[in-house]
Design a protein around this ligand. Structure first.
Ligand code: 3BY
Ligand code: FES
Ligand code: FE
Length: 417
């Protein structure tokens, strides 16, 4: 039996059938969970936050990934830093989880004190010959891609992060996410494995039955459709959407806004995909009526009709629209629990109640995130049942899941599993 603990991780990987969801053990087992952390969260580039999480010098926020704790902060020179949250004396945690404002990083245990650039500046009772210069906080390798912070905890970080950078810098520039404001943030703990969270987000097969709010603005067209099984009316609508998508993409590109689909998902280390999606109805934003929620547009945007610049990674999804952006980060907590942290971004000078209504801004994705959490929990519960066997992905609507599962298997093997 594939779920028996005696069966090796390699055996589970070998058992995966192309075009099918994964064997149960790959979602449920503790040893697989530990391997996933090592491979996908400590060896690959992961999305952990934003420059605008720490807008002012001294702002700091803690991001915990299993036993690893990171501090994202802005130093006195306005530079972003990411350091390990481990004191160089006897290892105490320095900052507690959450966000704070600090003038220096002071360890609560014996008050070793670090400057915001990570250098140790004060270590009482250590004697004159103690060399503080080799006890800076450990720096973490990070990239800010248009204001989105990616870190890699490996000594040998995948070089193809450059492909993500090259693909996204122009796409993100007009939104100036670096200088945006986090208008709202929620943490949802989904009762399921992180791969189910990612799979759920990579298809919209479930959208029409489960996301009434999102479906007002979201058009599920790039996920493919089966022309033969559609009713004539649905087929006509799908054809209209494709025609509109093609026309808009061409027009946006002609206006200088990169929009075409970029898929960086096969035989790669850094898994991402981006495209500018069309927005249904009023066409402006992912709100209840598809009109903009903020009258002050993001960054240097002057138009509300530039659709939804979508970016997916292996632990994130993001939607950048004219008036606001929604960004979600996924951190596994245990085989059966996953943190989904969602943030809504607006122009840094946008004022709540004046330029935007918080309820209008956040409604669609608050509901969608709750609905998705419910779906992931259902899916995980069924996978724990001995009746579960891997099921077939729709080749029309779930192609991106097959790619994700295939990438997952490839990367596990590349790491010796
Ligand atoms: O359903 C979801 O959560 C995402 C967002 C839009 C469609 N789907 C891929
Ligand atoms: Fe931090 Fe001692 S452990 S000062
Ligand atoms: Fe969903």
């Amino acid at each position: 039996m594939l779920n028996k603990l005696a069966c090796s991780i390699t055996h589970l990987l070998d058992a995966r059938r192309e075009g099918h969801s994964l064997p149960a053990g790959l979602y449920t087992r503790e040893d697989v969970f530990q391997a996933d952390l090592e491979v996908f969260f400590f060896s690959h580039w992961i999305y952990v936050g934003l420059e605008c999480d720490v807008p002012e010098p001294g702002d700091a926020t803690v991001i915990d990934i299993s036993n690893t704790s990171l501090i994202l902060l802005r130093d006195d020179d306005n530079e972003i830093r990411v350091v390990r949250n481990v004191c160089r004396h006897r290892g105490s945690r320095i900052l507690d989880p959450g966000s704070t404002v600090v003038s220096k990083l002071v360890c609560p245990y014996h008050q070793w004190t670090y400057e915001l650039n990570g250098e140790l500046s004060y270590a009482p009772h250590m004697g004159k010959d103690f060399d503080k210069s080799c006890k800076s906080l450990k720096a973490v390798d990070f990239r800010s891609i248009g204001g989105l912070i990616y870190v890699c905890l490996s000594d040998n970080p995948p070089e193809d992060i450059a492909d993500l950078e090259n693909a996204m810098l122009d796409r993100l520039a007009p939104y100036d996410i670096r200088n945006a404001k986090v208008a709202h943030q929620i943490d949802v703990i989904e009762k399921g494995n992180w791969k189910l969270t990612m799979e759920n987000n990579r298809e919209c097969y479930h959208c029409s039955a489960n996301h009434p709010e999102l479906c007002v603005s979201f058009i599920d067209l790039d996920f493919g459709y089966d022309p033969e099984s559609l009713s004539p009316a649905d087929r006509q609508q799908a054809e209209e959407h494709f025609a509109m998508y093609n026309a808009r993409t061409a027009a946006w590109e002609a206006d200088g806004f990169p929009s075409a689909t970029i898929e960086h998902t096969r035989n790669v280390e850094t898994n991402f995909r981006s495209q500018r999606l069309i927005i249904a109805g009023a066409g402006e934003s992912q709100t209840e009526d598809a009109t903009a929620a903020s009258s002050k547009l993001l960054g240097h945007m002057t138009r509300k009709d530039l659709g939804d610049m979508h970016l997916w990674g292996h632990n994130s999804w993001n939607h950048f629209m004219g008036d606001h952006a929604v960004t979600s980060m996924v951190i596994p907590l245990s085989p059966d629990k996953t943190l989904v942290r969602t943030k809504w971004l607006v122009h840094k000078d946008a004022v709540e109640g004046v330029d935007y209504d918080l309820e209008k801004l956040t409604h669609v994705w608050t509901e969608t995130t709750e609905q998705d959490a419910e779906l992931v929990a259902r899916s995980y519960a069924g996978i724990l049942d001995s009746a579960y066997e891997p099921g077939p992905y729709s080749r029309f609507s779930e192609g991106a899941l097959d790619e994700f599962a295939t990438w997952y298997i490839e990367r596990m093997r590349a790491h010796g599993y």
